[in-house]
Design a protein around this ligand. Structure first.
Ligand code: FES
Length: 503
């Protein structure tokens, strides 16, 4: 059997070893880092989408042998990639940018074939974006090629940092995949480290070899439904809420690289991962392995690692009375009492030890959003004030309506993108998101599609009213997250258990 494969990559002939996947060949020997690994080898997130002879293909499940003598086009080889990137920046259709190169490839293929916005929304069913809430992505379909207005990146990046909680770049380069992700900035001579079946680390010269040594059998989605693990506290309650284990579902799996004796690259390259990477172990792993091997090491989590080991939103079971008093049971999570007490001093917090994945108060709104959702349900409006920002939401047959008071707007495109993303995430939390966990605490849903993230074509229209002021800029997207969750719950008639299904 031949040991090499020849094909045409972005217009130039290339030759690579014939083993492994097209994704690993592109990112490895060919050094094409615009093609992202969000879930390999699951083939479900769309981040590694390329064109093979003009047809979209997911590179992580395409054996490199299969593209012999064919044409492979990445976002870097698309003639109108720059126009797509500018359009996505102009609409807020990219934030961290990890999903965006694959989405650009898909949108280019659909529109080249004559597809409209609706066709694009359907085609995005093969992709996931956790940041933008889809609507700004679809708005870019009609913006491609339009004049690009003058825009100061300073205020845009300031608003992104306020909402995301970490520094974030804004610009067309980010949309083309240059967000500075650790797996992309790693030197070519890095050893690759992956977890093996025992949870230890294997180290190899190439990703293909590391995957082989790790010997992992790909986990799947379970047919067991996600369900709340805690019983509601006894009491005479006006409202009862029970939530499930929820995956933060950030698109870029944890990654870090390090030189021997050096400082590890941060896994928080261009976004906050909704708190999911705040305590990532990967930097320490990269440093330890680099010191041990005397070589730079790139340590990577697979999607399955993130699903099994990454922190989840702590499930709750709570009851509230009409005066705001009540009990909030929550899966034991360090610091959760203080978080809840800050927003709902009338709720007694009971931490319950339950076998399950790790939980964290770092996850967006963990604890306080549940408390405020309960409080909102006692009143007439779903209005949330948090960290100086204000958001009010209504969910009805016309879609999701959000009003925000962010102080100084700074950059309305970025602001609206974050608000849309938070609304999308909240709507999904109430209706469809959750992972099944067995009685021993093992996560059963191990694929990125099994987290329940709402797809582009299934998301109600989101309308946003921005109320500016001369006050200092304050974050609003976390307040939006809680307000939209409260409004979605109201719209559904306050079912006790989440995920509650779509209206
Ligand atoms: Fe889509 Fe971040 S911009 S996942």
């Amino acid at each position: 059997m031949t040991t090499e494969v020849r094909f045409v990559l972005d217009g130039r002939p290339v030759t690579v070893p014939a083993d492994g996947t097209l994704l690993d060949a592109l990112r490895g020997p060919l050094g094409e880092r615009s093609v992202k690994d969000g879930c390999a080898p699951q083939g479900q997130c769309g981040c590694c989408t390329v064109l093979v002879d003009g047809e979209p293909r997911v590179a992580c499940v395409t054996p490199v042998r299969r593209v012999a003598d064919r044409r492979v086009t990445t976002v870097a080889g698309l003639p109108d990639a720059a126009a797509w990137a500018e359009a996505l920046c102009a609409t807020g259709g990219t934030q961290c940018g990890f999903c965006t190169p694959g989405i650009i490839v898909r949108l280019a293929a659909v529109t080249t074939a004559g597809g409209d916005r609706e066709a694009c929304a359907e085609a995005l069913g093969g992709h996931l974006c956790r940041c933008t809430g889809w609507q700004p992505v679809l708005d870019a379909v009609g913006r491609r090629g339009a004049p690009v207005p003058e825009r100061d990146p300073g205020p845009a990046e300031a608003r992104a940092a306020i909402e995301g909680g970490v520094p974030q770049r804004v610009g067309a380069a980010v949309a083309l995949g240059a967000g500075g992700f650790a797996a992309d900035t790693a030197p070519a001579e890095c050893l690759i480290a992956l977890r093996d079946r025992s949870g230890g680390w294997v180290v190899a010269e190439t990703m293909t070899e590391a995957r082989r040594l790790a010997g992992r059998v790909q986990g799947r989605r379970t047919t067991i439904a996600a369900c709340p693990p805690l019983d509601a506290p006894p009491g005479d309650w006006v409202r009862v809420l029970r939530t499930s284990w929820v995956e933060p579902a950030y698109l870029e799996p944890d990654a870090a690289w390090c030189e021997p004796g050096g400082a590890p690259a941060s896994p928080l390259a261009n976004g906050g991962a909704f708190g999911g990477k705040a305590a990532s172990p990967l930097p320490a792993v990269a440093r330890t392995l680099a010191d041990r091997h005397g070589r730079p090491v790139l340590a990577l989590s697979t999607r399955e690692d993130v699903a099994r080991l990454g922190p989840k939103r702590p499930p709750v079971a709570a009851g509230i009375r009409s005066d705001g008093s009540g009990v909030l049971r929550v899966v034991a999570t360090p610091g959760i009492d203080e978080v809840v007490r800050t927003v709902a001093p009338g709720l007694v917090v009971e931490q319950v030890a339950v076998p399950g994945p790790p939980t964290s108060t770092d996850i967006r709104g963990a604890g306080w959003a549940e408390a405020l959702v309960l409080a909102c349900s006692l009143g007439e409006r779903d209005l949330v004030r948090f960290r100086g920002g204000e958001a009010e939401a209504v969910v009805d047959d016309d879609g999701i309506h959000v009003r925000v008071v962010p102080g100084a707007v700074l950059d309305e495109v970025v602001l609206r993108s974050y608000v849309t993303g938070a609304a999308h995430q909240a709507y999904g939390w109430v209706t469809s998101e959750g992972v099944a966990v067995d009685g021993d605490g093992a996560v059963l849903d191990l694929t990125i599609r099994s987290f329940g993230v709402v797809r582009a074509a299934a998301l109600p229209e989101i309308r946003i009213e921005v109320v500016p002021s001369d006050a200092p800029a304050v974050p609003v997207s976390d307040a939006v997250f809680a307000a939209v969750a409260a409004a979605t719950w109201r719209c559904l008639g306050y079912p006790t258990d989440w995920p509650a299904g779509v209206p």
